[in-house]
Design a protein around this ligand. Structure first.
Ligand SMILES: *Cc1c(COP(=O)(O)O)cnc(C)c1O
Length: 341
């Protein structure tokens, strides 16, 4: 029985056509700025996001972290939603790498309000850390793959601007937001000082993220990338996969979203499984089971369905992606039905 893998959209493997694009890539030493394919990717992403410049990084974590390092000094503070990737899933990097203190704000499905931002900025006072940066996430992973309405995003950014904060967007799945909302990724990104996007998630590339932003931010980010060991040499092989994904795998994210909606609708009918199908905005389904999450992950694995625990005591996350077909959705629901029976 071939397992159906809903653990994450990071498990996607490069398609044969993407592998050909990799094989044919023109390369050079990118630390010397001589890799034409990396340069082309950086230019394309900056343009597509409505930002001035960009830098290719090995991971989304590194893209977010070099942005934080570019804005903040030791002892500064970053405002971010409590469930954000930079707090939950980056190995404690914000304090460990930069000596920066995150102030976690409670969100609604990962989204904040302008008032929350305004009220959370510290006063100028010798007791307080300096609040320097607001870091947002779109789509919001722990928020359920939720999409920021552009107007709400704009209002929150304006609140940050009034308080003289820089604004970073963790857009690991920004193209999912683009496809779900039907507005270009630049609608959010151009309002920020920097935005990171991931190519190794639903876009199906093997490795790589890009941080795009203001010229001065990206200049500093290049130094920090080198400091963290993220300067790569003939990285055009990886950039070629990302360029291929940008050209061929963005529009198809709509299929992943349709699969997630179908998965949620079918799971809602399985006795012992609770799913709010109305909450599925992109490629993630959060389902509550009647047993503890880890026990449930093991049980489903035995039945050929791979999932991850999602934070709640009985909640699992199922992510649809390039390597999950419409038939896989129906087959997975049948397997889950047998597992919980
Ligand atoms: C996956 C992800 C990242 C980056 O993760 P890497 O594994 O370091 O590439 C960043 N932000 C969010 C919201 C993510 O889901």
């Amino acid at each position: 029985m071939k397992p159906i893998d809903f653990r994450s959209d990071t498990v996607t493997k490069p398609t044969p056509a993407m592998r050909r694009a990799i094989a044919e890539a023109e390369v050079g030493d990118d630390v010397y700025g001589e890799d034409p394919t990396v340069r082309r990717l950086e230019e394309r992403v900056a343009e597509r996001l409505g930002l001035e410049a960009a830098v290719f990084t090995p991971s989304g974590t590194q893209a977010n972290q070099i942005a934080i390092g570019a804005y903040c000094r030791s002892g500064d503070e970053v405002l971010t939603e409590a469930g954000s990737h930079i707090i939950q899933y980056e190995g404690g990097a914000v304090p460990a790498l930069w000596g920066v203190q995150p102030q976690p704000l409670p969100g609604q499905r990962g989204l904040l309000t302008p008032e929350q931002v305004t009220e959370s900025v510290r006063p100028e006072n010798i007791h307080a850390p300096r609040t320097r940066l607001l870091s947002l996430e779109n789509t919001h992973n722990r928020g359920g793959g939720s999409v920021w309405p552009v107007e709400r995003f704009r209002a929150v950014v304006e609140a940050a601007r009034k308080a003289k904060l820089a604004v970073h967007l963790d857009g690991a799945r920004l193209f999912n937001a683009e496809v779900a909302a039907g507005v270009p990724a630049s609608a959010w990104a151009k309002l920020t000082d920097s935005t990171s996007v991931c190519f190794s998630k639903g876009l199906g590339a093997p490795v790589g993220s890009v941080l795009a932003g203001r010229k001065d931010v990206i200049y500093e980010a290049r130094r920090l990338r080198k400091r963290l060991g993220g300067g790569m040499r003939q990285a055009g092989l990886l950039a070629a996969a990302a360029l291929y994904a940008l050209d061929n795998h963005v529009a198809r994210l709509a299929e992943d979203h349709a699969h997630a909606r179908r998965l949620a609708a079918l799971l809602a009918e399985v006795p012992g499984v609770k799913v709010d199908a109305a909450q599925v905005e992109t490629n993630m389904v959060f389902a509550e089971f009647s047993r503890p999450a880890m026990e449930m992950v093991d049980l489903l694995t035995k039945h050929g369905v791979l999932t991850n625990p999602a934070g709640g005591p009985r909640t699992l996350r199922l992510v649809t992606h390039l390597d999950v077909s419409a038939e896989d959705i129906d087959e997975a629901v049948a397997r889950i039905r047998r597992a919980v029976a």
